[in-house]
Design a protein around this ligand. Structure first.
Ligand SMILES: Cc1cc2nc3c(=O)[nH]c(=O)nc-3n(C[C@H](O)[C@H](O)[C@H](O)COP(=O)(O)OP(=O)(O)OC[C@H]3O[C@@H](n4cnc5c(N)ncnc54)[C@H](O)[C@@H]3O)c2cc1C
Length: 376
């Protein structure tokens, strides 16, 4: 039987980054994926790094998101150094554009919310916003500049993380779907694959929106897929520097000149078909934000499946089954939350304590209070 210090189910950005951190801490790590690594949500995402909450339900996530944002530059640098590959990190800020008639009122509400959460945000007049981003529509009323936000090329980052993990000694097992967790009494002792058992001192489930399909995991990680459709545009005569948001969509410029537009949020199971309505919504929103995009070439369209949890917050930490950790449910922020997730899992595995408060994200929160036992 193969033996590891840590066995990880799922080789996306989350599982790959956890594997990298643990291997760099000197542990023997096995990374298992049912297909080629890095082809799911981590490939499909837009790569916006924004700790600002998209709704009031996401406010509990802000401290963790800020902590991840703070270590992102170092994380990207380390991954690039070890892998020899670029991560496409762009610390250029983001611009939220307001079109409504009562934009002035909306502007002060948005600024107050951000400042209350300790996030940098500056109110801009329409003409100042257009000076920063000349492609913006003349119909905009005001804007909010969030200078500390950034973006990353998540496809490039994912490949760089996986290469860095390989070079750091992580053993990869692509095409090895995990069927169940192994239990002995009140401990998890590894993973069951189709034709093989894997023994591990620690087991981490990081299989994205598929995590609940692994037998024994659903009570801790009742995740479901949230489909997002995306479009990649190219416009030779139009330049966008920052991530641009409207109420309807976002635009994310890449270093290679592509402009990503997204995204829908749809609960249609594990299917990932593109729809006329989804693409229409994205393209109409893109052209409203930046009218010159009407003549942009459509280079690519795709859809991916975000790992969503019942309260839309990540599922992160130990369980009542000794040595079993969960790291999924990152929903719309998994690319942003990758560095802090990897750091906290490494701290727990090596020290059994963590440097940030992650209780709010415990996998035990979905079980009844009476079923709760302190994690081993
Ligand atoms: C359209 C879209 C836009 C997004 N935009 C952003 C954004 O701008 N910013 C941001 O921070 N986040 C964004 N996200 C969310 C982000 O992409 C995800 O939260 C993140 O990538 C999740 O990473 P993961 O490694 O957990 O999951 P995944 O990347 O899905 O990886 C899971 C891995 O587990 C494997 N697996 C599944 N089942 C098994 C099994 N039984 N055994 C072994 N392996 C298994 C899969 O093959 C896969 O490789 C977006 C997502 C989408 C779809």
């Amino acid at each position: 039987m193969k033996k590891f210090d840590v066995a990880i189910a799922g080789a996306g950005l989350i599982g790959g980054s956890i594997a990298l951190e643990l291997a760099r801490a000197g542990l023997r790590v096995g990374l298992f994926d049912q297909q080629e690594p890095g082809q799911e949500s981590s490939w499909a995402g837009a790569g916006i790094l924004s700790p600002a909450p998209e709704s009031s339900a996401m406010i509990p996530l802000v401290p963790l998101a800020k902590a991840s944002m703070a270590i992102y530059p170092e994380f990207a640098r380390t991954v690039e150094e070890i892998s020899g590959q670029s991560a496409g990190y762009r610390p250029k800020g983001t611009l939220q554009v307001l079109f409504s008639r009562d934009a002035r009122e909306e502007l002060s509400t948005v600024i107050a919310l951000h400042h209350g959460l300790g996030l940098k945000a500056e109110a801009l007049r329409a003409e100042d916003a257009r000076e920063l981003e000349p492609s913006l529509s003349e119909d905009l009323e005001a804007a909010v500049l969030r200078p500390e936000e950034a973006s990353v090329d998540n496809r490039a980052l994912t490949q760089a993380v996986l290469e860095a993990a390989r070079r750091s000694g992580v053993q990869f097992f692509p095409g090895n779907g995990v069927e169940a967790i192994r239990r002995e009494g009140d401990r998890c002792t590894g993973l069951h694959l189709k034709n093989e058992n894997i023994e591990a001192q620690w087991t981490v489930i990081a299989a994205g929106c598929f995590s609940a399909n692994i037998e024994g995991v659903a009570p801790y990680a009742p995740v479901r897929p949230a489909k997002g459709q995306m479009v990649a545009l190219r416009a030779d005569d139009l330049k966008i520097e920052r991530v641009l948001w409207s109420e309807k969509i976002y635009l994310v410029p890449r270093n290679d000149g592509r402009i990503l537009a997204g995204a829908t949020v749809e609960y249609t199971g594990f299917e990932r078909g593109l729809t006329a309505g989804g693409l229409e919504k994205i393209l109409a929103g893109a052209i409203e934000l930046s009218p010159g995009l009407a003549s942009a070439r459509v280079e690519e369209t795709w859809a991916g499946l975000r790992p969503d949890s019942p309260d839309h917050l990540p599922i992160l930490g130990p369980t009542d089954l000794g040595s079993l950790l969960i790291a999924t449910g990152h929903f719309r922020s998994g690319i942003l939350l990758t560095p802090i997730t990897a750091q906290l899992v490494r701290e727990w595995v090596t020290l059994q304590s963590v440097s940030a408060d992650w209780d709010r994200f415990s996998p035990m929160r979905f079980q009844s209070a009476s079923a709760y036992r302190a994690p081993a």
